[in-house]
Design a protein around this ligand. Structure first.
Ligand code: ADP
Ligand code: MG
Length: 278
């Protein structure tokens, strides 16, 4: 665990793929002319090309139905593109053998609006489970789970079940689960979609902290105000096409706490009770 480089050992079989990037220099995400047509004919993405470098924090925005979740699903090969190529760390994931897909997903943490926690397991076990399924040792689990729950500010709730947590806390558990094996890439699809503004800032602050550890973070959101205030790169989709791709405007040297304080001040909200400083 703790590996930050993403190695997908299988070499692509296709000889028609685009030129291989320098080792280590390839964007962590690259879409080349990706089109997705769903069965039934709905065009969800149309010739989308974009590249995201290691370590970036990127917002993916746009109205409902513009293709954001489709794009996320293409990155973890939950869907295949109809045309074009999706590359992760310089490798075309379209040519990965079925049995290599779990290895791809192990390197990509995912967080969703609806948390997707196991209702019959407590906080500790929900996070531990993510390590168990990838064959981590018991020693590793005993080390990584408490550490990650500390990072997300849930050290005092280890024994709570999901229905004994607030929405914000449940989302923190799901972020802990996504991050516990320190993947180089974290994808969050509307992580604060069900949360109030104060709690949402806490969640963004946490994603920001994770980004500061070196993990690339891509966040789908509807929250315009949050996006404006965070001043990070924004990729906007409209009807399946990229209509905006804007670099963020600075604040790169902010600590996590400075970030949280600025966000709360600019958005005019109070301090969230249970955030854990760092
Ligand atoms: P967003 O996440 O931006 O709201 P989605 O990527 O979920 O949008 O969906 C993009 C478009 O594709 C929408 O019009 C949606 O109805 C359609 N769509 C999504 N999933 C499917 C599917 N499984 N079958 C057919 N159409 C789909
Ligand atoms: Mg969606």
């Amino acid at each position: 665990m703790g590996h930050r480089t993403m190695r997908l050992r299988k070499r692509p079989k296709s000889r028609e793929e685009a030129p291989r990037a320098r080792p280590g220099g390839a964007p962590i995400i690259e879409l080349r002319d990706v089109t997705k047509v769903y069965p039934g004919g709905h065009l969800a993405l149309e010739r989308v090309s974009l590249a995201i470098d290691r370590g970036e924090f990127v917002f993916l925005v746009g109205p409902t139905g513009c293709g954001k979740s489709t794009l996320i699903k293409l990155l973890i090969r939950e869907l295949d593109p109809t045309e074009g190529a999706v590359q992760i760390a310089g490798r075309d994931i379209g040519v990965l053998a079925e049995k290599k897909i779990p290895q791809l997903r192990r390197n990509i943490g995912t967080v969703f609006q609806d948390f997707k926690l196991l209702p019959n397991r407590n906080v500790y076990d929900n996070v531990a489970y993510a390590l168990q399924v990838i064959g981590a040792s018991r020693a590793e689990i005993r080390r990584q789970v408490p550490e990650t729950l500390r990072l997300v500010g849930l050290s005092t709730k280890l024994h709570n079940y999901p229905d004994q947590l607030s929405g914000g806390e449940q989302q923190r558990v799901s972020i802990a689960r996504a991050f516990v094996n320190h993947p180089p890439l974290l994808l969050a699809d509307e992580p604060s979609g069900n949360l109030d503004p104060v709690t949402s800032i806490g969640i963004m602050q946490l994603l920001y902290r994770i980004n500061q550890t070196g993990t690339t973070v891509v966040v789908v959101t509807h929250d315009r105000e949050m996006v404006d205030k965070m001043r990070r790169r924004v990729i906007e989709l409209y009807e399946g096409r990229v209509v905006r791709d804007e670099a963020g405007g600075g604040y790169t040297e902010e600590s996590t706490n400075e970030f949280g304080m600025r966000m709360r001040a600019e958005m005019g909200v109070g301090v969230e009770g249970h955030t854990n400083g760092s």
